[in-house]
Design a protein around this ligand. Structure first.
Ligand code: NAD
Length: 521
């Protein structure tokens, strides 16, 4: 049997950090060490301000990283009156962050590889194939340094058959040594990562049909079984496991493109896409999730995973399959372009001398991840029209992250120069001042307005949600913008959005909520 005492997680990003933290939290008897080459990121994971924002993540990381006693101490300093739980207070730190990749790999019984796998930017398959450079680099580090028998786990999203590539790399460096390879794709969503990890719908573990493969899969399943019901842990064939991640993301994205295609028909006919989504979603065979029309999907996964699927299909001689999935991306681009062109058309086909405000840059609410936001393409299209300025406000994306994303527009629009046309502001009201149009591009709760508040402004929406209160991607046209009637009306939003409560099963492991002081009862 495979005994796991030390787990090394390679890649301290959106997946590696939270996944390792939750595994460590629930398995206090093992050491989990997250390694990354990026010193800044590791410093941030070790420090007070984590490098990524996820509701509930700070509690999980601090409890596992600093130990129970330290966690309770800092909690009771911030929340007087809290009591400590002896069992949790006695827990020792078992989550560590380090840049010592080689040393950590050497002592690990299991290596989770959760490095970035973006789309290739140049060379064969550019724009579609997966760039495996980071993944291969991590595999080589493991191949050269891991103990014989160390279990290798693909957590990154990778093309089908990557397990074979891993085996080939291991064989080339350490011929004859057995290293079981598992596929364990991650299904978390940014913004709900902790909840998704604490209460996963399923944990997929793909393994080879060998004795060592099954033993390794059982060892990984045991780590998850510390908090996930056994019936949700699905051992499957390794190729199915690799492909099911791409298939899941492709199908989720396909629903978004499907409802967005209907929204275009709605705008030409007077039908209401919200009513259609509601009615279609009430069919239990379809369900209501991912049927909200909007600006289209963004983020670091959907686009690249569908691109990877189309490339894989073509490589396998299946051009019809590739074309089918490519259409999901085409529809996504169409929706975003249509939205931007609507803005321009509504402002009399000219943005000269006009200020446009963008509220929300992140590809969805509750994340500070600025990568692959549809907002970037909207900004690009608007800049073509030569507006006076574009002001951006997002409650979580940092100015530097947004500027880094905007830097791809530098050559054409000189956006990064101080006198450039784009400005990132930390105050939503300053961003909206004297604006000709306010575009709400992320469905942050702080941008929610009631029907009365929106009434005086004209709504142009590919995306009104069916609860009647919160269009997710609305365009509030303010060519006759009246400060009295629109953006000044909503209550002052907090700088940092209110985080949702911790999931119930984490709360159970943490301190009971302190009693409410009498004045707030
Ligand atoms: P990320 O870019 O946030 O983090 C990857 C980290 O890996 C970086 O910090 C990088 O420095 C590090 N790294 C790269 N090569 C390394 C090496 N050889 N040694 C040590 N560190 C190395 O990426 P992410 O968003 O966490 O995504 C990781 C993988 O998980 C991707 O394959 C992605 O498709 C998949 N995934 C992401 C999400 C998501 O929501 N972000 C969800 C599910 C799956």
């Amino acid at each position: 049997n495979v005994h796991i005492r030390t787990v090394c997680c390679i890649g301290a990003g959106y997946v590696g950090g939270p996944t390792a933290a939750v595994i460590a939290l629930h398995n206090p008897h093992i050491r989990v060490i997250v390694v990354d080459r990026d010193q800044k990121r590791i410093d941030a994971w070790r420090g007070r301000h984590l490098p990524i924002h996820e509701p509930g993540l700070e509690d999980v990381v601090r409890l596992a990283r600093d130990g129970g006693a330290e966690w309770y101490r800092s909690k009771s300093e911030n929340e007087p009156g809290s009591t400590s739980d002896e069992v949790e207070a006695a827990r020792q730190p078992n989550l560590f962050f380090s840049t010592a990749c080689v040393e950590t790999i050497k002592e690990a019984d299991m290596c989770l590889i959760s490095v970035n796998t973006p789309t290739k930017k140049r060379g064969v398959g550019a724009g579609r194939a997966t760039d495996m450079a980071a993944f291969e680099g991590a595999c080589r580090d493991v191949a050269m340094n891991a103990k014989p028998g160390c279990v290798l786990v693909e957590k990154s999203t990778v093309p089908c058959k990557t397990g074979q590539l891993m085996k080939d790399i291991m064989e080339a460096h350490r011929p004859g040594v057995v290293f079981p390879v598992l596929s364990n794709p991650e299904f978390l969503s940014e913004g709900t990562a902790v909840r998704d990890l604490m209460q996963p719908d399923r944990v997929v573990i793909g393994c080879e049909s060998t004795i060592s493969g099954h033993r390794a899969a059982a060892a990984l399943a045991n780590l998850y079984a510390a908090w996930v019901p056994r019936e949700r842990i699905a051992p499957i064939n390794i190729w199915s496991s690799e492909l099911c991640k791409l298939a899941a993301n492709a199908m989720l994205a396909q629903r978004i493109s499907s409802i967005n295609s209907i929204s275009a028909i709605c705008e030409r006919t007077g039908a209401d896409v919200g009513e259609i989504a509601k009615s279609v979603g009430m069919d239990p065979r379809i369900g209501p999730q991912f049927l909200k029309a909007g600006l289209g999907f963004g983020g670091s996964c959907f686009r690249k995973d569908i691109a990877s699927l189309t490339y894989l299909s073509e490589s396998l001689g299946l051009p019809e399959v590739a074309a089918y999935w490519q259409q999901v991306l085409t529809m996504n681009d169409f929706q975003r372009d249509r939205f931007a062109r609507n803005v321009i058309a509504t402002l009399n086909n000219s943005l000269r001398g006009k200020k446009i405000t963008i509220l929300g840059y992140a590809f969805k609410k509750n994340t500070g991840d600025a990568r692959e936001s549809p907002a970037l393409d909207v900004i690009r299209i608007l800049l073509e029209e030569g507006p006076k300025s574009i002001a951006i406000f997002d409650p979580l994306c940092s100015e530097s992250d947004i500027q880094r994303e905007l830097s791809v527009l530098e050559q054409d629009f000189a956006v990064c120069t101080p006198a450039g046309p784009v400005e990132v502001l930390s105050d939503p009201y300053a961003a909206c001042a004297d604006s000709n149009a306010i575009l709400v591009l992320t469905d942050w709760d702080m941008f929610k307005v009631t029907p009365q508040q929106t009434a005086p402004t004209k709504l142009l929406s590919p995306a009104e949600s069916y609860d009647g209160t919160t269009p997710s991607d609305i365009l509030r046209i303010t060519s006759n913008f009246d400060q009295q009637t629109s953006i000044t009306k909503p209550p002052t939003p907090p700088r940092t959005p209110k985080m949702s409560p911790l999931p119930a099963n984490l709360q159970r492991r943490l301190l009971p909520e302190p009693a409410c002081p009498p004045e707030c009862a």
